[in-house]
Design a binder for this molecule. Structure first.
Ligand SMILES: [Zn+2]
Length: 290
């Protein structure tokens, strides 16, 4: 079964040492394409290099968790970077961008304001360069939607609300704003009742699958705080886990893995239209445009 991981950080230090093997394990598991979001200026070159090395795609941006050390010069550099690489077919989005109102350090008045400024400027860049957005939304749906409305491109947004974990009503407002909901390892936990209900009931064209590797381990890799305290390391998530996460999605939606694979590919191309030409080259995915 061919799979697309719409969100994995292959440049992350947890995966870097063994990156060729990580990507090969993913390929063996059927993951034919990975989308690599950036997190800050210093990793833009790396995600581009990895995407080209492995036949994957990438996004460029400044992640909200890295906003504290970002400057206006980094935003100016992002504009230059997008200008230089706008013709690169593997550049498929601006991301990972967004607002995080969960981390206490990012919730001071000054930091909230800077987060919002950085987010708004990156939306303006996405609009100017006609690119979709990969959005990190954590306790921030209303503010994220406010800026998506304010900076809306003609024809509306394309993109993904990554690691979505809100209410059904918030989910609906995100999809109405043009974003697909990104589902990953979090839905494999039986106690994640609200999220599992949402994954089961969301519209057929409103979601995509992602691992967010090396983060958000599915339950079979998760090591709880008590076990960590006694020396057991947290399991490292990687894109090879996507098919098993997809099986959870199939179970929740009472459908087959094959139909989930097809819908994921179709929805990923709708979210990130630049994927269409990249996936055309992939024989295992004959019908992504249908
Ligand atoms: Zn991410």
């Amino acid at each position: 079964m061919p799979w697309i991981d719409t969100h994995c950080h292959l440049d992350a230090p947890e995966l870097a040492a063994d990156i060729a093997a990580v990507r090969e394990r993913a390929r063996q598991a059927g993951v034919v394409h990975c989308v690599l979001p950036a997190v800050e200026r210093s990793n833009w070159v790396r995600v581009r290099e990895l995407a080209h090395a492995f036949g994957d795609s990438y996004a460029l941006g400044i992640h909200p968790l890295y906003v504290a050390r970002a400057t206006q010069a980094d935003l100016d550099a992002l504009r230059v970077e997008l200008e230089i690489h706008r013709g690169d077919p593997r550049l498929v989005a601006v991301g990972e961008i967004g607002l995080d109102f969960f981390e206490p350090d990012l919730c001071t008045d000054a930091m909230r304001q800077w987060q919002e400024d950085v987010f708004r400027q990156q939306l303006l860049l996405a609009r100017a360069f006609d690119l979709p957005v990969i959005v990190h939304v954590r306790r921030s749906v209303d503010r994220v939607l406010k800026y998506l409305r304010e900076v809306r491109p003609q024809g509306g947004w394309h993109g993904i609300a990554h690691a979505f974990n809100g209410s059904a009503e918030q989910a609906q407002r995100c999809t109405e704003a043009g974003l697909k909901l990104g589902f990953g390892g979090a839905l494999t936990f039986e106690r994640a009742l609200q999220l599992r209900r949402l994954a089961a009931s969301v519209g057929p064209a409103d979601w995509v699958l992602e691992t967010d590797a090396p983060d958000i381990p599915p339950h079979w890799l998760y090591v709880d705080a008590q076990a960590r305290a006694s020396g057991q390391a947290q399991g490292v998530n990687e894109p090879a886990q996507l098919p098993r996460i997809a099986q959870s999605m199939a179970d929740l939606r009472s459908t087959t893995s094959a139909l989930i694979s097809q819908a994921n590919a179709h929805n990923a191309v709708e979210a990130l239209p630049g994927l269409a030409s990249l996936l055309d080259a992939c024989e295992q995915l004959p019908s992504v445009r249908s």
